[in-house]
Design a protein around this ligand. Sequence first.
Ligand code: NAD
Length: 436
Amino acid sequence: MNAATTAPIAAPTEARELPRLTAGQRALAAAQAQFDAAAQHLGMDPDLRAVLRVPQREYSVNFPVHMDDGSVRVFTGYRVQHNLSRGPAKGGLRFHPQTDLDDVRALAMWMTWKCALVDVPFGGAKGGVTCDPRTMSGRELEALTRRFATELQPIIGPDSDIPAPDVGTNAQVMAWIMDTISMHHGYSVPGVVTGKPLAIGGSAGRADATGQGIVYTIKDAAARIGIQVAEATVAIQGFGNVGEAAARLLHEAGAKIIAITDVGGGVFDPGGLDVPELARRFRAYGTVANTPGTKPIDNETLFALDVDVLVLAAMEGQITEHNAHRVRARILAEGANGPTSPGADPILRDRGVTVIPDILCNAGGVIVSYFEWAQNRAALAWTRDEVNDRLRRQILSAAEAVWDRAAADRITTRLAAHALAMERVAAATRIRGLYP
Ligand code: NAD
């Protein structure tokens, strides 16, 4: 029998299973669907739509790193600048196994809208390296970061593109990038990254800023629908930079945190979790799972808990058309970027869930990153109270605009947030005109 006769016969197109999308492809499809809905709502002209729907610049690098076992491993990294009409590019760097170009494209686009919505003078960017930092030693991570920073040097800088922490990165990673770029220049360049440690020009309040912003927007949304945060029950997915700060600050505000999950598992206590103890366990073991005195819980069960507030602070695409009908929370606070898929939005709306959309809810990080960058440029330092006061005013002013727009146009808070942001970016892009 020859090869031709043994070759499998292809099923008719409609019976064939569609190829499974990667997490990055799903995130990009979600970002573009949200963009299309807002462009449609605004009646945006097709030329502008074509410009804003895709990133302006994409940068990919492959670079070698010496591993502890003596081998050399080649890593792939990305930086995508989505739109620069309103200022230098701004956005986090992610170290995660699922990081790919599509994921970074989606996250860069969301950064453009976020910066515009909260009116900081930046365009949107995002970057990352496909790697699993949890399996790497501190030395390997430093080597990877310094080499990646070197590869990024042609496109990052205080006037061009300013990275910050995101999933899998933190203040230490920012310090290595700042130091690497400074070594190449021969003088300190603090403004090249934000989210740095205080000792090298970081801002008071930056480490907690995303969580703090989440808490301000939750208090605001809660007041609008008659909930007191001091009496609220809360479930949180994710216990990293964002989730830990949100949990701690909500706990301090009197809320009862009854469930938390992270990548290693989850903990549940209907009487209220001991958040400071969980933070200690997380630092020691890298997960809150198996904390004595708590019951285990998984993500799907956490999403369906009967709580006042559900905070998503982990990854994209968690609430979808498949599980949105199980959400019982009254407020869904999107601490993560893109945690809710477009198919879930109408289900949440019909269930009366108040959604604080990601580009508003988690914007505290980029607002205080802007404050850090401005302080670095002016060579001065604000107090934590000054930072938090400015953060509260800036994020709540954006929140008010979102709620007003949603009411005026009878649309969801997500569509209102995107419409407001896209109008600003469109205006800047239009008034600058086309070069040449
Ligand atoms: P991080 O790496 O510090 O923490 C991520 C957390 O999510 C970890 O606790 C991890 O265990 C958990 N996690 C990962 N996969 C999970 C899963 N399948 N189930 C449950 N938990 C899981 O990252 P971060 O900086 O806290 O970022 C979290 C989200 O917030 C991301 O979407 C990020 O883009 C967004 N964000 C971060 C900032 C910032 O300042 N760091 C600002 C705005 C938005």
